[in-house]
Design a protein around this ligand. Structure first.
Ligand code: PMP
Length: 346
Protein backbone atom coordinates (compact mmCIF):
# COMPACT_ATOMS: atom_id res chain seq x y z
CA UNK A 1 0.00 0.00 0.00
CA UNK A 2 1.57 3.27 -1.09
CA UNK A 3 0.62 6.88 -0.53
CA UNK A 4 2.17 8.79 -3.39
CA UNK A 5 1.32 12.44 -3.96
CA UNK A 6 -0.86 11.26 -6.89
CA UNK A 7 -3.17 9.38 -4.53
CA UNK A 8 -4.01 12.58 -2.63
CA UNK A 9 -6.81 15.00 -3.44
CA UNK A 10 -5.87 18.42 -4.81
CA UNK A 11 -4.82 20.88 -2.09
CA UNK A 12 -7.70 23.01 -0.80
CA UNK A 13 -7.40 26.75 -1.39
CA UNK A 14 -6.32 29.12 1.40
CA UNK A 15 -9.06 29.73 3.99
CA UNK A 16 -10.08 33.21 5.19
CA UNK A 17 -9.33 32.44 8.87
CA UNK A 18 -8.66 29.58 11.24
CA UNK A 19 -12.34 28.96 12.09
CA UNK A 20 -12.91 28.01 8.45
CA UNK A 21 -10.56 25.08 9.11
CA UNK A 22 -12.98 23.49 11.60
CA UNK A 23 -14.43 20.26 10.22
CA UNK A 24 -13.77 18.53 6.89
CA UNK A 25 -11.36 16.26 8.72
CA UNK A 26 -9.59 13.36 6.99
CA UNK A 27 -10.67 9.72 7.10
CA UNK A 28 -8.09 6.94 7.04
CA UNK A 29 -8.32 3.15 6.91
CA UNK A 30 -6.89 0.95 9.65
CA UNK A 31 -5.06 -1.92 8.05
CA UNK A 32 -2.44 -3.40 10.36
CA UNK A 33 -4.65 -4.08 13.40
CA UNK A 34 -6.87 -7.18 13.19
CA UNK A 35 -10.27 -6.01 11.93
CA UNK A 36 -11.68 -9.52 11.31
CA UNK A 37 -13.87 -9.59 8.18
CA UNK A 38 -14.49 -5.81 8.36
CA UNK A 39 -12.93 -2.65 7.00
CA UNK A 40 -12.38 -0.09 9.75
CA UNK A 41 -11.94 3.64 9.11
CA UNK A 42 -11.09 6.41 11.58
CA UNK A 43 -11.98 10.07 11.18
CA UNK A 44 -9.19 12.30 12.45
CA UNK A 45 -11.04 14.92 14.51
CA UNK A 46 -7.66 15.57 16.13
CA UNK A 47 -6.84 17.61 13.01
CA UNK A 48 -9.29 20.38 13.84
CA UNK A 49 -7.41 23.64 14.55
CA UNK A 50 -8.09 23.50 18.32
CA UNK A 51 -7.04 19.85 18.36
CA UNK A 52 -10.33 18.03 18.90
CA UNK A 53 -13.84 17.17 17.78
CA UNK A 54 -15.09 19.86 20.19
CA UNK A 55 -14.08 22.68 17.84
CA UNK A 56 -17.17 21.83 15.82
CA UNK A 57 -19.58 22.19 18.73
CA UNK A 58 -17.82 25.23 20.20
CA UNK A 59 -18.21 27.06 16.90
CA UNK A 60 -21.79 25.85 16.38
CA UNK A 61 -22.96 26.77 19.92
CA UNK A 62 -21.40 30.25 19.70
CA UNK A 63 -22.82 30.93 16.24
CA UNK A 64 -26.28 29.65 17.23
CA UNK A 65 -26.24 32.08 20.20
CA UNK A 66 -25.13 34.91 17.91
CA UNK A 67 -27.95 34.16 15.49
CA UNK A 68 -30.69 34.13 18.13
CA UNK A 69 -29.35 37.21 19.94
CA UNK A 70 -28.15 35.53 23.17
CA UNK A 71 -24.59 36.60 22.36
CA UNK A 72 -23.50 39.99 21.04
CA UNK A 73 -20.39 42.18 20.76
CA UNK A 74 -18.48 42.63 24.01
CA UNK A 75 -20.26 39.73 25.72
CA UNK A 76 -18.74 37.11 28.00
CA UNK A 77 -18.97 33.43 27.16
CA UNK A 78 -19.09 31.14 30.21
CA UNK A 79 -18.69 27.38 30.34
CA UNK A 80 -17.87 24.79 32.99
CA UNK A 81 -15.05 22.66 31.55
CA UNK A 82 -11.32 22.13 31.41
CA UNK A 83 -11.57 19.75 28.54
CA UNK A 84 -11.64 19.95 24.79
CA UNK A 85 -14.81 22.08 24.78
CA UNK A 86 -12.84 24.73 26.69
CA UNK A 87 -10.06 24.64 24.11
CA UNK A 88 -12.54 24.88 21.25
CA UNK A 89 -14.37 27.77 22.90
CA UNK A 90 -11.08 29.53 23.62
CA UNK A 91 -10.18 29.35 19.93
CA UNK A 92 -13.60 30.65 18.84
CA UNK A 93 -13.71 33.38 21.51
CA UNK A 94 -10.18 34.59 20.67
CA UNK A 95 -10.91 34.73 16.97
CA UNK A 96 -14.34 36.40 17.38
CA UNK A 97 -13.23 38.79 20.13
CA UNK A 98 -15.35 37.56 23.06
CA UNK A 99 -14.26 37.34 26.68
CA UNK A 100 -14.28 33.69 27.82
CA UNK A 101 -14.61 32.62 31.44
CA UNK A 102 -14.12 28.93 32.17
CA UNK A 103 -15.01 27.36 35.51
CA UNK A 104 -12.63 24.50 36.15
CA UNK A 105 -12.61 21.97 39.02
CA UNK A 106 -9.33 21.99 40.98
CA UNK A 107 -8.43 18.37 40.11
CA UNK A 108 -7.81 19.26 36.47
CA UNK A 109 -4.27 18.94 35.11
CA UNK A 110 -2.13 22.08 35.34
CA UNK A 111 -1.12 21.80 31.69
CA UNK A 112 -4.78 22.01 30.63
CA UNK A 113 -5.28 25.21 32.63
CA UNK A 114 -2.05 26.68 31.23
CA UNK A 115 -3.14 25.83 27.69
CA UNK A 116 -6.52 27.56 28.21
CA UNK A 117 -4.84 30.66 29.70
CA UNK A 118 -2.37 30.78 26.81
CA UNK A 119 -5.35 30.93 24.47
CA UNK A 120 -6.57 34.02 26.35
CA UNK A 121 -9.31 32.40 28.45
CA UNK A 122 -9.92 33.46 32.06
CA UNK A 123 -9.93 30.43 34.30
CA UNK A 124 -11.67 30.31 37.66
CA UNK A 125 -10.76 27.28 39.72
CA UNK A 126 -13.42 25.81 41.96
CA UNK A 127 -13.74 22.82 44.30
CA UNK A 128 -13.92 19.34 42.82
CA UNK A 129 -14.97 17.71 46.12
CA UNK A 130 -18.55 19.04 46.13
CA UNK A 131 -21.61 17.46 44.49
CA UNK A 132 -24.07 18.92 41.98
CA UNK A 133 -26.37 21.36 43.83
CA UNK A 134 -23.51 22.81 45.91
CA UNK A 135 -22.89 26.53 45.10
CA UNK A 136 -19.23 25.81 44.36
CA UNK A 137 -19.90 22.82 42.08
CA UNK A 138 -18.40 23.90 38.74
CA UNK A 139 -21.60 23.78 36.72
CA UNK A 140 -23.71 25.53 39.39
CA UNK A 141 -21.05 28.23 39.76
CA UNK A 142 -20.94 28.78 35.97
CA UNK A 143 -24.71 29.12 35.83
CA UNK A 144 -24.74 31.58 38.74
CA UNK A 145 -21.95 33.74 37.26
CA UNK A 146 -23.75 33.78 33.90
CA UNK A 147 -26.83 35.20 35.66
CA UNK A 148 -24.72 37.84 37.49
CA UNK A 149 -22.50 39.09 34.64
CA UNK A 150 -24.40 41.40 32.26
CA UNK A 151 -24.61 40.05 28.71
CA UNK A 152 -23.07 36.72 29.67
CA UNK A 153 -23.91 33.58 27.70
CA UNK A 154 -23.75 30.22 29.49
CA UNK A 155 -22.89 27.65 26.82
CA UNK A 156 -24.00 24.54 28.76
CA UNK A 157 -22.95 21.86 26.27
CA UNK A 158 -24.92 19.20 28.17
CA UNK A 159 -28.23 20.95 27.50
CA UNK A 160 -27.49 22.89 24.31
CA UNK A 161 -29.26 21.53 21.18
CA UNK A 162 -26.64 23.17 18.92
CA UNK A 163 -24.20 20.53 20.23
CA UNK A 164 -25.80 17.41 18.65
CA UNK A 165 -26.92 19.55 15.72
CA UNK A 166 -23.30 20.36 14.86
CA UNK A 167 -22.64 16.64 14.40
CA UNK A 168 -25.89 16.01 12.56
CA UNK A 169 -25.14 18.77 10.04
CA UNK A 170 -21.34 18.48 9.67
CA UNK A 171 -19.63 15.36 11.10
CA UNK A 172 -22.32 12.91 9.91
CA UNK A 173 -22.64 14.04 6.26
CA UNK A 174 -18.84 14.15 6.03
CA UNK A 175 -18.65 10.51 7.19
CA UNK A 176 -21.41 9.53 4.76
CA UNK A 177 -19.62 11.09 1.77
CA UNK A 178 -16.13 9.95 2.77
CA UNK A 179 -17.43 6.37 3.08
CA UNK A 180 -18.95 6.40 -0.39
CA UNK A 181 -22.47 6.41 1.13
CA UNK A 182 -22.07 2.91 2.55
CA UNK A 183 -21.64 2.60 6.33
CA UNK A 184 -22.66 -0.42 8.40
CA UNK A 185 -21.67 0.85 11.85
CA UNK A 186 -20.45 3.99 13.60
CA UNK A 187 -18.70 3.61 16.95
CA UNK A 188 -18.71 6.62 19.33
CA UNK A 189 -18.39 7.48 23.00
CA UNK A 190 -20.53 9.72 25.18
CA UNK A 191 -19.26 12.71 27.13
CA UNK A 192 -22.06 15.19 26.62
CA UNK A 193 -23.74 12.79 24.18
CA UNK A 194 -23.61 15.35 21.35
CA UNK A 195 -21.62 13.18 18.95
CA UNK A 196 -23.59 9.94 19.24
CA UNK A 197 -26.94 11.77 19.20
CA UNK A 198 -26.16 13.92 16.15
CA UNK A 199 -24.61 11.05 14.19
CA UNK A 200 -27.46 8.72 15.22
CA UNK A 201 -30.13 11.16 14.05
CA UNK A 202 -28.49 11.64 10.67
CA UNK A 203 -27.92 7.96 9.96
CA UNK A 204 -31.41 6.98 11.16
CA UNK A 205 -32.74 9.30 8.45
CA UNK A 206 -30.23 8.64 5.65
CA UNK A 207 -29.11 5.05 6.23
CA UNK A 208 -31.30 3.11 8.68
CA UNK A 209 -29.07 0.00 8.34
CA UNK A 210 -26.20 1.90 9.98
CA UNK A 211 -25.82 0.67 13.57
CA UNK A 212 -24.82 3.18 16.26
CA UNK A 213 -22.41 1.50 18.66
CA UNK A 214 -21.44 2.92 22.04
CA UNK A 215 -17.91 2.59 23.43
CA UNK A 216 -18.08 3.15 27.19
CA UNK A 217 -15.29 3.12 29.80
CA UNK A 218 -15.60 0.54 32.56
CA UNK A 219 -17.09 2.39 35.55
CA UNK A 220 -19.39 4.58 33.45
CA UNK A 221 -23.13 3.94 33.83
CA UNK A 222 -24.11 4.23 30.16
CA UNK A 223 -23.42 0.80 28.61
CA UNK A 224 -25.24 -1.00 31.43
CA UNK A 225 -28.12 1.49 31.20
CA UNK A 226 -28.48 0.83 27.45
CA UNK A 227 -28.35 -2.95 27.97
CA UNK A 228 -30.78 -3.12 30.92
CA UNK A 229 -32.47 0.26 31.52
CA UNK A 230 -30.98 0.16 35.01
CA UNK A 231 -28.89 3.06 36.38
CA UNK A 232 -26.05 1.80 38.58
CA UNK A 233 -23.74 3.86 40.76
CA UNK A 234 -20.72 4.99 38.77
CA UNK A 235 -17.18 3.79 39.40
CA UNK A 236 -14.07 5.65 38.27
CA UNK A 237 -11.90 5.49 35.17
CA UNK A 238 -8.79 7.17 33.77
CA UNK A 239 -9.83 7.58 30.15
CA UNK A 240 -10.65 11.27 29.54
CA UNK A 241 -13.62 12.89 27.80
CA UNK A 242 -16.07 9.98 27.75
CA UNK A 243 -18.11 8.00 30.26
CA UNK A 244 -20.66 9.49 32.65
CA UNK A 245 -22.22 9.02 36.07
CA UNK A 246 -25.58 10.29 34.76
CA UNK A 247 -27.53 10.34 31.48
CA UNK A 248 -26.69 13.64 29.74
CA UNK A 249 -29.97 15.46 29.00
CA UNK A 250 -28.92 16.23 25.43
CA UNK A 251 -28.25 12.58 24.59
CA UNK A 252 -30.70 10.28 22.83
CA UNK A 253 -29.45 6.84 23.82
CA UNK A 254 -32.44 5.19 22.13
CA UNK A 255 -30.46 5.53 18.90
CA UNK A 256 -27.76 3.16 20.19
CA UNK A 257 -28.09 -0.51 19.12
CA UNK A 258 -25.06 -2.01 20.84
CA UNK A 259 -22.68 -1.05 23.63
CA UNK A 260 -19.23 -2.26 24.68
CA UNK A 261 -17.59 -1.70 28.06
CA UNK A 262 -13.85 -1.17 27.71
CA UNK A 263 -11.34 -1.13 30.57
CA UNK A 264 -8.71 1.60 30.95
CA UNK A 265 -6.02 -1.04 30.32
CA UNK A 266 -7.57 -2.09 27.00
CA UNK A 267 -8.09 1.56 25.96
CA UNK A 268 -4.47 2.50 26.68
CA UNK A 269 -3.10 -0.61 25.01
CA UNK A 270 -5.21 0.03 21.92
CA UNK A 271 -4.16 3.69 21.72
CA UNK A 272 -0.52 2.59 21.95
CA UNK A 273 -1.02 -0.08 19.28
CA UNK A 274 -2.70 2.51 17.08
CA UNK A 275 0.41 4.67 17.28
CA UNK A 276 2.96 1.90 16.79
CA UNK A 277 1.06 -0.11 14.14
CA UNK A 278 -0.84 2.57 12.26
CA UNK A 279 1.14 5.73 13.05
CA UNK A 280 -1.90 7.50 14.50
CA UNK A 281 -1.27 9.55 17.66
CA UNK A 282 -4.66 9.48 19.38
CA UNK A 283 -6.01 10.42 22.80
CA UNK A 284 -7.29 8.04 25.46
CA UNK A 285 -10.97 8.15 24.45
CA UNK A 286 -9.93 7.13 20.93
CA UNK A 287 -8.28 4.07 22.49
CA UNK A 288 -11.68 3.14 23.96
CA UNK A 289 -13.48 3.78 20.66
CA UNK A 290 -11.02 1.84 18.52
CA UNK A 291 -11.00 -1.05 21.04
CA UNK A 292 -14.82 -1.24 20.85
CA UNK A 293 -14.72 -0.94 17.05
CA UNK A 294 -12.19 -3.80 16.82
CA UNK A 295 -14.37 -5.98 19.07
CA UNK A 296 -17.41 -5.20 16.95
CA UNK A 297 -15.46 -5.97 13.76
CA UNK A 298 -14.11 -9.30 15.02
CA UNK A 299 -17.60 -10.41 16.08
CA UNK A 300 -18.99 -10.02 12.56
CA UNK A 301 -19.46 -12.94 10.20
CA UNK A 302 -20.03 -10.74 7.13
CA UNK A 303 -17.66 -8.04 5.84
CA UNK A 304 -18.80 -4.64 7.13
CA UNK A 305 -17.73 -1.03 6.75
CA UNK A 306 -17.16 0.48 10.17
CA UNK A 307 -16.22 4.03 11.20
CA UNK A 308 -14.96 5.47 14.44
CA UNK A 309 -13.51 8.78 15.59
CA UNK A 310 -10.15 10.01 16.81
CA UNK A 311 -11.63 12.72 19.07
CA UNK A 312 -8.31 14.30 20.03
CA UNK A 313 -4.57 13.87 19.62
CA UNK A 314 -2.33 11.80 21.86
CA UNK A 315 0.08 14.69 22.42
CA UNK A 316 -1.88 15.65 25.56
CA UNK A 317 -1.31 12.17 26.95
CA UNK A 318 2.42 11.68 26.32
CA UNK A 319 3.19 11.89 30.04
CA UNK A 320 0.25 9.64 30.89
CA UNK A 321 -0.80 6.58 28.88
CA UNK A 322 2.18 6.80 26.53
CA UNK A 323 4.57 6.95 29.49
CA UNK A 324 5.58 3.52 30.84
CA UNK A 325 6.38 4.95 34.29
CA UNK A 326 2.90 6.45 34.57
CA UNK A 327 1.35 3.13 33.56
CA UNK A 328 3.40 1.35 36.24
CA UNK A 329 2.52 3.97 38.88
CA UNK A 330 -1.15 3.60 38.02
CA UNK A 331 -0.99 -0.18 38.26
CA UNK A 332 -1.03 -0.91 34.53
CA UNK A 333 1.81 -3.03 33.21
CA UNK A 334 3.17 -1.70 29.93
CA UNK A 335 2.82 -4.69 27.63
CA UNK A 336 5.05 -3.50 24.83
CA UNK A 337 8.26 -3.54 26.88
CA UNK A 338 9.64 -6.52 28.73
CA UNK A 339 12.64 -4.78 30.35
CA UNK A 340 12.99 -3.79 33.98
CA UNK A 341 11.84 -0.40 35.19
CA UNK A 342 15.43 0.83 34.82
CA UNK A 343 15.24 0.11 31.08
CA UNK A 344 12.10 2.13 30.58
CA UNK A 345 12.22 5.49 28.92
CA UNK A 346 10.40 8.47 30.41
N1 PMP B 1 -13.55 12.21 23.37
C1 PMP B 1 -12.98 13.29 23.93
C2 PMP B 1 -11.48 13.35 24.08
C3 PMP B 1 -13.77 14.35 24.38
O1 PMP B 1 -13.19 15.42 24.94
C4 PMP B 1 -15.18 14.23 24.25
C5 PMP B 1 -16.04 15.33 24.74
N2 PMP B 1 -16.12 15.40 26.17
C6 PMP B 1 -15.75 13.08 23.69
C7 PMP B 1 -14.89 12.10 23.23
C8 PMP B 1 -17.24 12.84 23.65
O2 PMP B 1 -17.99 13.69 22.88
P1 PMP B 1 -19.47 14.15 23.23
O3 PMP B 1 -19.38 15.24 24.27
O4 PMP B 1 -19.98 14.65 21.92
O5 PMP B 1 -20.27 12.99 23.75
Amino acid sequence: MTATPDSRSPLPAARPNVLALVGNTPMVEINRLDTGPCRLFVKLESQNPGGSIKDRVALAMVEAAERDGRLGPGATIIEATAGNTGLGLALVAARKGYRLLLIVPDKMAREKVLHLKALGAEVRITRSDVPKGHPEYYQDLAERLAAEIPGAFYVNQFGNPANPQAHETTTAPEIWEQMGRDVDAVVAGVGSGGTITGLGRYFQRVSPKTEMVLADPEGSVLAHYIATGELLEAGSWKVEGIGEDFIPPISDLGLVRRAYTISDAESFETARDLLVQEGILAGSSSGTLVAAALRYCREQTEPKRVVTLIADSGNKYLSKMFNDFWLLDEGFVPRSRSGTVRDLVT
